[in-house]
Design a binder for this molecule. Structure first.
Ligand SMILES: CC(C)(COP(=O)(O)OP(=O)(O)OC[C@H]1O[C@@H](n2cnc3c(N)ncnc32)[C@H](O)[C@@H]1OP(=O)(O)O)[C@@H](O)C(=O)NCCC(=O)NCCS
Length: 170
């Protein structure tokens, strides 16, 4: 197994059109359907990075600021920002496009955490992720703080152990 891989090697894009079956009563893409698309796109990025089966371990805050109307073209972009031991943080952003109107807006962004598992479902180590672009470097830098915050919220880390996170408040 490679010891490290570039973040860009996991870059994954997906494009979908919003059909009536995907929408709520107002004719906008249902939030759950969007989360599903983000989960799939993020999982593919994590698989590319780890060359393993992956499972979703957590989903950070997702805000639904702008509705995505029926007929929109939805494009998702995902890549691994940082890998830890068996877990990988994946950044996923969503753009919605009204092609006839020539409009394109970023509607959502979120960080998902995926864990690589072996044939028995046990976590298994993954390569380190190496950032190259300015965007990748910024996400990489802040990833440790986000990891500590989500592990504290999940009750998997004591607040006193979240030293990187604590530095924000010093
Ligand atoms: C995710 C899962 C593999 C973790 O298993 P576990 O026995 O708790 O394993 P560990 O304690 O060794 O943790 C493994 C990694 O998961 C990470 N992790 C576990 N829970 C997490 C959470 N809530 N948020 C972020 N990361 C988490 C740990 O930090 C650890 O990361 P590291 O190896 O990079 O340090 C296990 O809980 C699982 O299989 N969950 C179900 C996954 C699933 O079905 N997802 C789809 C839901 S519909």
């Amino acid at each position: 197994m490679a010891k490290q891989k570039f973040s860009s090697e996991s870059l994954t894009t997906m494009t979908e059109m919003v059909f009536p079956n995907d929408t709520n009563n107002l004719g906008n893409l249902m939030g759950g359907n969007l989360l599903r698309l983000m989960d799939i796109c993020g999982a593919i990025a994590a698989q590319k990075h780890s060359s393993r089966v992956v499972v979703t371990a957590s989903v950070d805050n997702v805000a639904f600021k702008d509705p995505i109307p029926i007929g929109s073209v939805v494009t998702l972009r995902a890549f691994v920002t940082r890998a830890f031991n068996s877990s990988m943080e994946v950044y996923i952003e969503v753009h919605a496009e009204n092609i006839p109107a020539g409009e394109r807006v970023m509607t959502n962004r979120a960080f998902y955490t995926f864990v690589a598992v072996d044939q028995t479902g046990r976590p298994i180590d993954v390569p380190a992720a190496v950032p190259q672009t300015e965007e990748e470097k910024q996400f990489y830098e802040a990833a440790l703080r986000r990891r500590q915050l989500r592990l504290v919220l999940a009750g998997r880390m004591q607040p006193s152990e979240a030293t990187e996170l604590a530095k924000l408040f010093e």
